[in-house]
Design a protein. Structure first.
Ligand SMILES: [Zn+2]
Length: 238
């Protein structure tokens, strides 16, 4: 994958759209600037499927656009504050996926119903309840980062999710897998029957067997092929 953060953000947006995480023009992907200048984030006003590398802007922690054309999402502090709080993280995703928002509104603890849940549970992602409104100040962004703590995801109750990754694929796949884990548990719980889930020991083991770097690299390469095929299908040939 390209080292260019603009290209990485583009790919993250395209993969999220491919896997059903688009919510009109809402939601964002960001990558830490390798030179320490700030955060590269998708510009506002565009759907994930529309984002190109030129629709990605570099913003500092105060919200000043340092490079690139395009407006800034009101919720950019989610990204700048999580990246400030977590030196081990280099990419952040914020989306509003339906199952995760529905799940976040319950008092259920996320359980490893399928493989994906094992990446988040035990102990299950925290819930941020400071506000269900937009995270549009540095104070609110810092509060979300504090709620995230050392986890790889946080549920913003009545709003959406935030995932954090050591690299872009980890943050993007985190959002995809969290949504699927929430969907599986909601579907299973809807039966009204007692639930069974992986033991803690199995769940932790699955982080290597299912969620290890080899598997994730293979998944990511597959998704890049899917994105490329789709882009080519949309590109007119002369
Ligand atoms: Zn939001």
């Amino acid at each position: 994958m390209s080292d260019d953060p603009r290209e990485q953000v583009r790919l993250g947006c395209q993969v999220l759209d491919l896997l059903g995480q688009s919510d009109l023009v809402w939601g964002h992907v960001s990558v830490r600037d390798p030179g320490g200048r700030g955060t590269w984030i998708k510009a506002r006003g565009l759907g994930f499927d529309e984002v190109t590398a030129s629709d990605v802007v570099l913003v500092d922690r105060d919200g000043t656009i340092l490079e690139g054309d395009g407006g800034l999402h009101l919720e950019y502090p989610i990204h700048t504050e999580v990246l400030a709080a977590r030196p081990d993280v280099s990419a952040v995703v914020h989306t509003h996926p339906q199952a995760a928002v529905a799940f976040g509104a319950t008092d259920l603890e996320l359980r490893p119903i399928g493989h994906e849940g094992a990446l988040f549970s035990p102990p299950g992602p925290p819930r941020f309840t400071g506000t269900s409104d937009l995270i549009n100040t540095s104070e609110l962004g810092a509060a979300v980062a504090a709620s995230l703590g050392n986890h790889n995801a946080v549920l913003l109750v009545n709003h959406g999710i935030v995932t954090a990754g050591r690299d872009l694929p980890a943050a993007v796949l985190g959002a995809v897998f969290l949504e699927k884990a929430c969907r599986l548990q909601l579907d299973a719980a809807a039966t009204g029957r007692p639930l069974r889930w992986s033991t803690d020991e199995e769940a932790v083991a699955k982080r290597e067997s299912f969620g290890g770097p080899g598997q994730m690299a293979s998944v990511w390469q597959y998704l890049l092929r899917r994105v490329q095929t789709r882009v080519e299908a949309r590109t007119p040939t002369v």
